[in-house]
Design a binder for this molecule. Sequence first.
Ligand code: XMP
Length: 318
Amino acid sequence: MPFDTQKFITSQIEAAKTKVGGKPALLALSGGVDSSVAALIVHRAIGPKLHCVFVDTGLMREREAEKIKSTFEPLGLKVEVIEASSRFFAALKGAEEPEVKRKIIGEQFIRVFEEYAKKHKIAVLVQGTIAPDWIESGGAGRDTIKSHHNVGGLPKDLGLELFEPLRDCYKHEIRELAVALGLPPAVAQRQPFPGPGLGVRIVGEVTQEKAVIVRKCCVIVEEEIEAAAASGEIERPWQYFAALLPTKTVGVRGDERSYHYTVVVRSVRSLDGMTANFSHLPPKLLEKISSRITNSVREVGRVVYDITNKPPSTVEME
Ligand code: XMP
């Protein structure tokens, strides 16, 4: 049976009215389609009692705060930006193990939420958790593949009620809901971005320097792949980005020896992120991405392409 978006939206507006009621609620917008859809549904139920915040962790996409404001303010939602990057980088210092990093990032988000909630007397936390998030976090008796930050990081003593209107939805359904709710195509069709952000695209210890490097590389990968898709050279992949390895390798710049980071380009086809196949990108496109990265990001000396499917690997590096 096809997914009935209007029926779903109406039922979740009613659920929000019952569960959240007239209480002030907090929702962290990430710029992704999941939190955007959750925000619009709950906003329809409780209006300005919904506080939307964008937590700048230092690990978000390029110019994300600006983009979010310009998307949501015309739809009547006010977005408050919380600058929290120094606390995230401080908490992540020295952490190398992926699950430890995910837990730290999740916990920092919760601390930011708690502080905001105390200040604004918030009672409910709304999250845009979707089915693959909790399934891969060990839900319904499954093995934990990775603790999605919006699932695994929630402490038991959280003084906030949780409302997750999209818990049973898959990504393609979320995109249909986004269109039905009037979100612009750029948001409805936007590629997924993980909750822990660039933190899982920096293999090993996260630093501010590495976040700047991988963010610049992600922009290049996105621009080149989107341009190739717009010109009809390729079909737009499901997800495409760059990740930074902690490994430095030797190279030559001019006639001098260099010793710089390695960047992985990842591009996959998928339906819901549960399984994925690497994209067969044309060599010319890969070459363009590689030379743009090494020419404009001085800290990168080598670019490699990930040719692994999920399984056995995952989409993100950690
Ligand atoms: P993996 O790496 O698990 O990714 O194969 C599958 C899809 O999920 C995204 N992803 C996340 N999304 N919180 C999220 O909301 C997370 O912690 C998280 N980790 C991975 C990933 O980008 C891909 O689309």
